[in-house]
Ligand binder design. Structure first.
Ligand code: GLU
Length: 289
């Protein structure tokens, strides 16, 4: 069997909290106990929300927890040409189209329609720009635009999309419930879905250990793997930590950041061992999303 490769892939848009620690430890330990490699990838394609100071804090927090990644830290902001190449391959096959809609325009259209199908990420894009003619597309390409996957066409081309989750069992991807997802944004040359799929394959990730909140997104990643001819890793979506009120840990719910615990003098390695043993700090629980 290939050597196991896992990764932790935080977005440097805020401080890490206990949920991130739990996830990083799960991915690290999965590789370590199997003689594999654990990688760190900073998902900083969102130029408006990503901050270098968050990157520094992430590195310090992981070291404090006693985690060490193999090889160099990979930054998505340095890999934009790879995402562009993947998008170009999909463009050449007529699987993506430019979308000139604004958020407000989409919301108006959905409101006017009275009802809209809901996907895991909210209301499904009504497909307005899918109907724009080829000539009009070319004429309007100077306008700000995103690129969307023509999901119906993609699903037809991709065929059956099996994947395996070590906790949830065998799955068959149903990405159609997401509708025509954005693969390149107006303000960023890639979306999360495209970048994560390209990078996990390029970095040889064999096992994706991450939170159950990303379970549904795997359906989109699976169809992109099929379209781009990339291997499908094994997945392990772990339960999320929640607080005593049932809220997912997040800054807005007052979850302590790892940085605040670190600066207060807490022992990061002891905390990591507690999380490993399922001993959660008072007031926190693990549950499946
Ligand atoms: N960057 C994503 C996040 O911070 C995680 C990506 C992944 O694990 O696939 O939520």
């Amino acid at each position: 069997m290939n050597r196991v490769v896992t990764r932790f892939a935080p977005s440097p848009t805020g401080r890490l909290h206990l949920g991130h620690a739990f996830s990083a430890i799960a991915a690290d330990d999965y590789a370590r106990t199997r003689g594999g490699r654990f990688l760190l990838r900073i998902e900083d394609i969102d130029g408006t929300r990503s901050r270098p100071e968050h990157v520094e804090t992430i590195l310090a927090d992981l070291a404090w927890l006693g985690l060490a990644w193999d090889g160099d830290v990979v930054f998505q902001s340095e890999r934009l040409d790879r995402y562009q190449a993947a998008l170009d391959a999909l463009k050449a096959r007529g699987l993506v189209y430019p979308c000139f809609c604004t958020r407000a325009g989409i919301a108006r259209e959905i409101a006017a329609a009275g009802s809209a199908p809901h996907g895991p990420d909210g209301p499904v894009y009504p497909g307005t720009c899918r109907a724009v003619s080829a000539a009009e597309r070319v004429a309007r390409l100077a306008e700000p635009h995103a690129w969307r996957l023509d999901m119906a066409r993609a699903v037809r081309q991709a065929g059956l999309l099996p994947w395996h989750d070590e906790i949830a069992g065998e799955q068959v991807a149903d990405p159609a419930v997401f509708g025509d997802v954005v693969l390149a944004r107006k303000d960023a040359p890639s979306s999360y879905h495209l970048a994560v799929t390209v990078d996990d394959a390029a970095q040889g990730v064999t096992h994706i250990v991450r939170g159950a909140d990303l379970f549904a997104a795997t359906h989109v990643h699976r169809v992109l793997q099929a379209l781009l001819g990339l291997p499908t890793p094994v997945y392990r979506h772990h339960p999320l930590l929640i607080d005593a009120d049932g809220n997912r840990l997040a800054k807005r719910h007052g979850a302590p950041t790892l940085e605040s615990l670190r600066l207060a003098g807490a022992d990061g390695r002891a905390l990591a061992d507690d999380l490993r043993a399922g001993r959660l700090p008072t007031g926190f629980l693990a549950r499946k999303d």
